[in-house]
Write a protein that binds this ligand. Sequence first.
Ligand code: NAD
Length: 282
Amino acid sequence: MEIKKIGVVGCGLMGSGIAEVCARSGYDVVVREVNDELLQKGLDRIRKSMAKGVQRGKLTQEEMDAALARIQGTTKMEDFAPCDLVIEAVVEKMEVKKQVFAELDAICPPHAILASNTSSLCITEMASATKRPDKVLGMHFFNPPPIMPLLELVRTILTSDETLQTAQEFGKSLGKTTVVAKDTPGFIVNLLLVPYLLDAVRALENGVATKEDIDTAIKLGLHHPMGPLTLLDFIGLDTTLYIAEAMYEEFKDPRYAPPPLLRRMVLAGHLGRKSGRGFYEY
Ligand code: NAD
């Protein structure tokens, strides 16, 4: 199946990055937010990210202008009507995602593939909100999508071979390497990453070391590009909390239980970089 027009639901941290990647690869993109203010904020994020790319020589000013011209921002779901593929990147909450999938199913053409960028939630449950479960799969991008080279594809027992193949070709067209995981909480990357991040919060909570020393130890001792608490600030503490809750709900394994400190920081509005304060200040 040929994909020409892409829809992206949500223009937050991930939605804006996904819209950028698609537009830079030559696709026409429709991106939706819930209101004008959030939409403008998201579109601004895309502009700034591309401008940074120009500064670093990753794309030319002409390419940036052309990519921006391919992006249509909207607050209306109906604008997804001409899309061949819609990627959902709204908050990590199943009720919200199911509602989005049901609406997309009613609006999009029958051939359209509906994908979720969820980090941990059940794709089969989202597929069940549609009448096209064979055309539903997970397309898990990594933060920031324009830079991270991996695209994790998540296949449910209902996803058709054709849908998976189209998604693999689409990933390749974005310059990403794809891997395929089954629909199990956390897929491949978060299954391994989330317990590690939660352990870092527990280490801080238990006074094992300062946040700076925890990050420095992992950076220099394991040669990671950044420590776990810095990474948590990048991912978003709220998003991490929702992911951990979803994984704990499914596995009932204490490794996935959100530590009290994480929950309290989210309640306090310390969400990481996006709110200006997480473990560190920005
Ligand atoms: P975010 O909070 O930055 O953005 C979510 C956006 O969705 C918000 O701006 C919100 O207004 C919008 N939204 C909510 N309901 C909507 C609707 N019905 N229509 C349109 N927009 C709607 O969160 P994020 O970090 O971008 O995460 C989005 C998804 O991506 C989550 O499922 C998350 O698990 C996943 N994800 C996140 C990361 C990460 O590092 N943050 C990485 C991979 C995947």
